[in-house]
Design a protein around this ligand. Structure first.
Ligand SMILES: C[S@@+](CC[C@H](N)C(=O)[O-])C[C@H]1O[C@@H](n2cnc3c(N)ncnc32)[C@H](O)[C@@H]1O
Length: 267
């Protein structure tokens, strides 16, 4: 993964979200299709992943792979957080996130950096939030070991990711990872079992695990229907991005891709 290939993948996403007034890059969560907007679905996925995790105004919450900042901004607002940090690999997304919350009272801080090497001190975070970002990490073991280092004892990692039990089917796509084009997905998919084993190996105790593919597929379908109402000329890369989301939605429906939500605690 390079900054060039990752920017090439996410730049059209930025244009799509701007054209549509969205604040996040995730697939969303909807128990029933056709109820609510895609923006609401994206927020619903954030609250679903957090579940009943104890977050207070003095908690330190780190969102790794925060994208354009929607989720960490919503958390900062809801919990009145004094220390909310968004970490993002793409400089353009980190900047967009910074801009977005410039005038908000409970404003997160944003850093450009890499999930493989978290720029926080040992035992300094109460909650690490990681939504639909780890699919891009070439070394998820390194990321989980960093989470263990940075979490306080008793702290929680909330991780939601696209997974698959048929990794062999998606292996050829990894060749695209080398190209600076929109269709390089920069993906390195794990299965839910890979995650469960790795949590155990890193001393992270599973508190909750939900397989959420059905609700994610509903949300994406609603999102695609909304996007169909925007002019195709509104941004470059727009049609291809929609095509990519449509492919994703079909793979969830066909159960070739799955979406798992985990909450794990450092003992
Ligand atoms: C699908 S988006 C999800 C963004 C955000 N979590 C949300 O829900 O809106 C994945 C994000 O992970 C970021 N990312 C990928 N690899 C990363 C890394 N090694 N370190 C930090 N962020 C990374 C991408 O740049 C992208 O913004």
């Amino acid at each position: 993964m390079s900054h060039r290939t990752m920017e090439a993948h996410y730049r059209p996403n930025w244009e799509l979200t701007q054209a549509h007034g969205l604040n996040a890059y995730n697939c969303g969560y909807a128990e029933t299709p056709g109820v609510g907007t895609f923006d609401e679905h994206q927020q619903a996925l954030v609250w679903r992943l957090l579940g009943d995790v104890d977050i207070r105004p003095d908690s330190t919450v780190l969102d790794v792979g925060c994208g354009i900042g929607g989720p960490i901004g919503w958390m900062a607002e809801r919990y009145r957080l004094r220390r909310a940090i968004g970490l993002e690999y793409c400089q353009s997304s980190a900047q967009a996130a910074e801009e977005r919350y410039r005038h908000q009272e409970h404003r997160p801080s944003f850093l450009q950096g890499d999930a493989h090497c978290l720029p926080l001190a040992d035992a300094s975070a109460d909650v690490i939030f990681n939504l639909e970002s780890a699919l891009h990490y070439a070394n998820k073991q390194a990321f989980l070991s960093e989470c263990r280092r940075v979490l306080r004892p008793g702290g929680t990692l909330c991780l939601g990711d696209i997974t698959t039990r048929t990794k062999v089917m998606f292996a050829p796509i990894q060749w695209l990872n080398l190209l600076p084009v929109q269709f390089n997905c920069n993906i390195h998919l794990w299965s839910d079992e890979d995650y469960l084993e790795a949590f155990e190996a890193n001393g992270l105790q599973v508190l909750r695990h939900e397989e959420a593919s059905r609700s994610v597929a509903h949300a994406l379908l609603d999102g695609l229907r909304e996007m169909a109402r925007i002019s195709w000329l509104s941004s470059s890369g727009f049609r291809r991005r929609r095509l990519l989301l449509a492919i994703l939605q079909h793979r969830f429906q066909a159960a070739e891709l799955t979406y798992d939500l985990f909450a794990v605690r450092k003992s």
